[in-house]
Design a protein around this ligand. Structure first.
Ligand code: HBI
Ligand code: FE
Length: 294
């Protein structure tokens, strides 16, 4: 059995028991605000026609296009009026149980730091640009806002079943790397994609990855890559459909089945899959051969 948090670490000095820290907005430097603006302008050019209208509307109603790193208190005020969510600062990754508890209470934890110039295209820890630009716009959508809370509640329950690994795949393939079909076209909504200059093109337009219809059990069996672009993206029909399937699923028997099922590789394609694009995996293969990132 998986017990990732059998001994959960204590929050670092300066952080509260729930791992939150003050954002201390006044202490950001001009260079840090300028880094936000650079990232923002690059993505703002990339996203029209690629991002889901729900994401673009979120950017707009939250007025995230104002220059500089957003002040979380101001942002939370606007967001709270729309969907009851707030944004709070944390020092970095927080333990799963604390992360889920925040989501269940409709608080989104965001990194306060911003990437340095040499990390502009890739970093592993979620910074304020990934967390706020990537995640927060979708929290202004009432249906997605409910999905995120339901995920947090499900996350807390999954800890008792030792099924965190399977549930984390659901977060990965929806909240982080999800695609949605709207008006017959694929659009991006996952925060890991919309906040990435390279992946926002790759996820939609490259011939390498598979694009497969979302199925809860299928997704929860599928491994994912944390070090490179995904080899498979899963496509939902709508946010309503995603929320409904999640709420209607009885997770206890699902976890029991998943515990016996074999994990699926990051590039698996099954006869039962609804395949929108069968990827040629050319990018993934070139990376395995040690070719440089493009
Ligand atoms: N902490 N700050 C932060 N951000 C995350 O996205 C996050 C986390 N801790 C745990 C966690 N995610 C995972 O449990 C989920 O992705 C499943
Ligand atoms: Fe994220």
């Amino acid at each position: 059995m998986d017990m990732p948090n059998a001994i959960a670490p204590a929050p670092p000095p300066g952080a509260a028991a729930d791992w939150t820290i003050p954002q201390d907005w006044a202490s950001y430097t001009l260079a840090e605000h300028a880094m936000w603006d650079t990232l923002f302008e690059r993505q703002a050019r990339m996203l029209p026609g690629r991002a889901s209208p729900a994401f673009l509307e979120g950017l707009d109603v939250l007025r995230l296009s104002k220059p500089g790193i957003p002040d979380f208190d101001e942002l939370s005020e606007r967001l709270h009026k729309l969907t009851g969510w707030r944004v709070v600062a944390v020092p970095g990754l927080v333990p799963d149980e604390d992360f889920f508890r925040h989501l269940a209470n409709r608080t989104f934890v965001a990194g306060r730091f911003i990437r340095r110039p040499e990390q502009i295209d890739y970093l592993q820890e979620p910074d304020v640009f990934h967390d706020v630009f990537g995640h927060v716009p979708m929290l202004a959508n009432p249906v997605f806002a409910d999905y995120m809370q339901a995920y947090g509640e499900g996350g807390l329950r999954s800890l008792q079943y030792g099924s965190l690994k399977q549930l984390a795949r659901l977060y990965w393939y929806t909240v982080e790397f999800g695609l949605v079909r709207e008006g017959g076209e694929l659009r991006i909504y996952g925060a890991g994609i919309v906040s990435s200059f390279g992946e926002s093109r790759f996820a939609l337009e490259d011939s390498s990855p598979n694009r497969i219809g979302f199925d809860l059990e299928r997704v929860m069996r599928t491994d994912y890559r944390i070090d490179d672009y995904q080899q498979t993206y899963f496509v939902i029909d709508s946010y309503e459909d995603l929320l409904r399937r999640t709420l209607e699923t009885d997770f206890a028997p699902l976890y029991a089945r998943l515990a016996r099922a074999k994990d699926l590789s990051t590039d698996a394609v099954l006869p039962s899959d609804t395949v929108y694009t069968l990827g040629d995996q050319a990018y993934a293969r070139s990376r395995k051969a040690g070719a440089p990132a493009t």
